[in-house]
Design a protein around this ligand. Structure first.
Ligand code: ZN
Length: 181
């Protein structure tokens, strides 16, 4: 990356905020979607100690292709090949049925690049934290348990990517196990 990484990171935050401007999280609290992206980026930045700015930038942008009109080409032009590639690795094909997408996430996690695995670990950690503090109104215990189980299986496929983040995930998942026990 030729650009100063701090400048690229600032651009990524602004880009994501503009693209996700009308989205909110699914939980009852309905926080701005951007809060999810800042949390995932922080988890990634702390875990990697800022050593790989492009992975943090990709973390900020990780849902732009899946959830907004953004294309991988847009990301390639704005943020370069590697960032676009990382986002591609963590983007579901929305043309596929939901269960297939969920199965593929588990299958793909094991073969993803380390950067993409780190983003996945942070994403699932953020999602479980949100599910614990503010579950969607129409989600019963069974649906929550199913999600926690599935997220655990995605994480199991890429545990080796980062110990600290894996521990953060286990902590977030532990809240649900304590609730069941
Ligand atoms: Zn996400």
């Amino acid at each position: 990356m030729d650009e100063n990484p701090m400048v690229a990171l600032a651009r990524a935050y602004h880009f994501a905020a503009a693209r996700h401007v009308h989205q909110r999280r699914k939980g009852e609290a309905a926080e701005p979607y951007m809060n999810h992206l800042t949390e995932v980026a922080e988890l990634v930045a702390v875990a990697t100690r800022g050593s790989d700015p492009e992975v943090i930038i990709a973390a900020v942008l990780h849902d732009t292709v899946e959830d907004t009109e953004t294309t991988l080409d847009d990301l390639r032009v704005q943020f370069g090949e590697r960032v676009a590639g990382l986002v591609a690795e963590v983007t579901d094909d929305k043309l596929l049925p939901k269960q297939t997408r969920k199965d593929l996430q588990i299958a793909h996690a094991a073969h993803a690049s380390r950067g993409a695995q780190i983003i996945k670990l942070a994403d699932k950690t953020s999602n479980l934290r949100a599910l614990a503090t503010s579950p969607p109104k129409d989600w019963g215990d069974e649906r929550i348990a199913e999600y926690v189980d599935w997220a655990g299986r995605v994480v199991d496929a890429c545990r080796g990517a980062d110990r600290g983040l894996t521990a953060e995930f286990d902590k977030a998942a532990g809240v649900f196990k304590a609730a069941v026990a």
